[in-house]
Design a protein around this ligand. Structure first.
Ligand SMILES: [Zn+2]
Length: 228
């Protein structure tokens, strides 16, 4: 009896961990850091495109000759398809972040498949590119999210460092947190858009980016996109 309760509790614990933790393997494999021990890092941006921050961020990346990954939101891509096209044209990776930015662990397999499919279609329509990576909104997954992404040819990606840039703590704080937390193989989560407000202000992130790139280069890091 006690063993059964303990086993049940452990199972619940595993399920909760799988739902809530962006990098948990319980609900399918997630890329949480870069493979190998080279001093390389990946910068990723979620929730765009955004009419102000995305062009500003692309300008910085072009000037610094850095390639990054953008997890684009379908409904924002439909509004600013030319920005998604520019992300691709500038040589960055475009990943799928779904369409509506709902918390997917609360939704049925049919809903999740529809959201991921619509997000993919918006990226294809904007840029001609079929995404090969998927990141769940907030990292929240259920048992079917990662398999559905895989069925669309998309590898599920988490992150190893978030710096809460979306709370707008100031560009200096964003840069300091990013530099403090980065290690070889880190995947840094930043935001060029707002998952809920299409016109949300992400200019602090754009302003922090030069200091992040300079600081990481000063510590010997190189930049790479995500492996397929
Ligand atoms: Zn998001």
């Amino acid at each position: 009896m006690i063993a059964a309760v303990a086993a049940g509790t452990a199972l619940l614990g595993a399920a909760a961990h799988g739902v809530w933790h962006r990098n948990s393997p319980v609900f399918g494999p997630v890329l949480a850091r870069l493979p190998g021990s080279e001093p390389v890092v990946s910068i990723t941006f979620d929730d765009g495109p955004n009419p102000r921050a995305t062009p500003a961020i692309l300008d910085v990346l072009r000037r610094e000759n850095v390639r990054a990954t953008f997890f684009v939101l379908g409904r924002h891509a439909e509004r600013w398809p030319e920005l998604v096209d520019r992300v691709r044209a500038d040589g960055h990776q475009v990943g799928n972040h779904g369409y509506f930015h709902r918390k997917l662990h609360r939704h049925s397999p049919a809903y999740v498949r529809d959201d991921l499919t619509r997000g993919t279609a918006a990226i294809v329509a904007a840029s001609g590119w079929t995404p090969r990576h998927f990141r769940a909104p907030h990292g929240f997954r259920s048992p079917w999210v990662t398999p559905i992404a895989a069925s669309l040819g998309q590898r599920t990606v988490g992150w190893s460092l978030g710096v809460w840039d979306s709370a707008r703590p100031g560009a200096r704080a964003i840069a300091a947190r990013a530099l403090d937390g980065m290690h070889a193989g880190s995947i840094l989560l930043l935001h060029d858009g707002d998952g809920y407000d299409p016109d949300g202000d992400r200019m602090q992130t754009a302003e922090a980016l030069p200091a992040i790139i300079d600081g990481l280069r000063g510590r010997g890091f190189r930049f790479t996109t995500l492996p397929d």
